[in-house]
Design a binder for this molecule. Structure first.
Ligand SMILES: Cc1cc2nc3c(=O)[nH]c(=O)nc-3n(C[C@H](O)[C@H](O)[C@H](O)COP(=O)(O)OP(=O)(O)OC[C@H]3O[C@@H](n4cnc5c(N)ncnc54)[C@H](O)[C@@H]3O)c2cc1C
Length: 347
């Protein structure tokens, strides 16, 4: 298995460190303290160990992203040999076999104090380890393979925010501002994030959440405000993202998807992001400058909705075209995040 490039490694998470302040980035060796099989496609892993008493964020985790490093067999977790500051360059400088595999995950929640402090991560067992790609067989990357076989005492590298210094670490994209309605669309990899966000909302929050997972047995328990309508979708054998897109089109009052060749939305969607789609009100993987005075002066959309969309890149790009191109949602009210690339995607 080769080491893949991490698409969010150069996202704006760089530390803003003064001499006096500790680095906002914690680089730790995480020890598996508990393994909980949540459903056919999800395993929850509780990580702790030396230094975890410092792990943030404090309070709600929202969509807080973290990095993990899965070590190669027979090689130590590289967190013991690199410094937190300038960690990416230092990690890249290691011989490939010692680097292990860098991946991005979500802090589902952080709990406990002192030696009992735990960072909890929900891993999707895609490929042969779970229900992804229509059942058994198919590729299964280093992270999902590690999670599927995780035992108490196993270790991996963890990059997480230092509590009290979360702003310097970054990695939370959910920023609805004053929007009154919320629209979420998530696949299984984004369910940990959207679940944390939904559980943090005030009781009078309003909106809709479309959550697509491999099977009905993966509909996890999430505490959701009564004003947020949730559409759980079991993908089964249907193409990835198809039912989510149809559900959103119906919810938004759009007709059946138009022929893309006949559908020119270039004026409204701006530069099309590449395969690694990542577009928030302040950052676009297309290279476009979004956080500028003109953008900030744009009027708030007619229905005052903020959209948070994450999942496989192809589905996220389709939903971006739909919400921004067809529906005309202002780009400062949307966050579109390709969490991973489906190498079988044909859209
Ligand atoms: C901000 C952010 C937060 C994320 N949070 C989580 C999280 O909390 N939980 C989680 O499970 N994932 C999460 N992901 C997604 C995760 O990083 C990817 O799924 C990652 O590719 C898994 O690494 P891997 O080593 O298992 O597979 P890789 O080595 O990256 O990929 C191996 C093969 O598997 C395919 N593949 C990768 N992921 C999937 C999948 N989910 N289903 C089907 N095929 C897949 C790839 O296309 C490739 O062919 C997050 C990603 C981002 C960017």
């Amino acid at each position: 298995m080769t080491t893949t490039t991490d698409t969010t490694a150069d996202a704006p998470d760089a530390p803003d460190k003064t001499d006096a302040a500790p680095s906002p980035i914690l680089l730790l060796t995480g020890v598996v303290c508990e393994v909980e099989r949540l459903s056919p496609s999800f395993v929850r892993i509780w990580l702790g160990g030396e230094g975890f008493e410092q792990v943030g964020p404090e309070g709600t985790t929202l969509d807080q992203r973290i990095k993990i490093v899965i070590p190669n067999d027979g090689h130590p977790v590289p967190s013991s040999v690199i410094e937190a500051d300038d960690w990416y360059a230092a990690w890249l400088a290691l011989p490939e076999i010692e680097r292990g595999h860098l991946r991005t995950y979500t802090a589902r929640f952080v709990t406990g104090e002192g030696v009992d402090r735990r960072l909890v991560v929900d891993f999707v067992l895609h490929g042969s380890g779970g229900q992804g790609r229509g059942g058994s067989g198919g590729p299964c990357g280093p992270a999902a393979t590690w999670a599927a076989g995780a035992r108490l005492g196993d270790t991996l590298g963890v990059l997480a925010p230092r509590r009290g210094h979360e702003d310097g670490f970054g990695g939370i994209e959910f920023a609805p501002g004053d929007a009154h309605r919320l629209l979420f669309c998530a696949d299984e990899t984004a369910l940990p994030a959207v679940a944390s966000i939904l559980e943090s909302l005030p009781v009078d929050a309003e909106g809709v959440a479309v959550i697509e997972v491999p099977a009905a047995a993966d509909f996890l328990d999430v505490v959701i405000p009564p004003g947020v309508a949730v559409h759980w979708i079991a993908r089964g054998e249907r193409p990835r993202g198809q039912t989510s897109i149809e559900t959103l089109r119906t919810h938004c009052g759009l007709g059946a998807a138009r022929d893309r060749a006949a559908h020119s939305v270039a004026d409204t969607v701006g530069a099309e992001p590449g395969d690694d789609v990542w577009e928030t009100p302040v950052f676009s993987s297309s290279g476009e400058t979004l956080d500028c005075p003109e953008r900030r002066a744009e009027p708030v959309g007619a229905d005052d909705t903020y959209a948070w969309v994450a999942g496989d890149s192809a589905t996220v790009k389709t939903i971006r075209r739909m919400l921004v191109g067809e529906l005309g949602m202002p780009r400062r009210q949307v966050a579109f995040m390709g969490y991973w690339k489906d190498e079988d995607a044909t859209r």
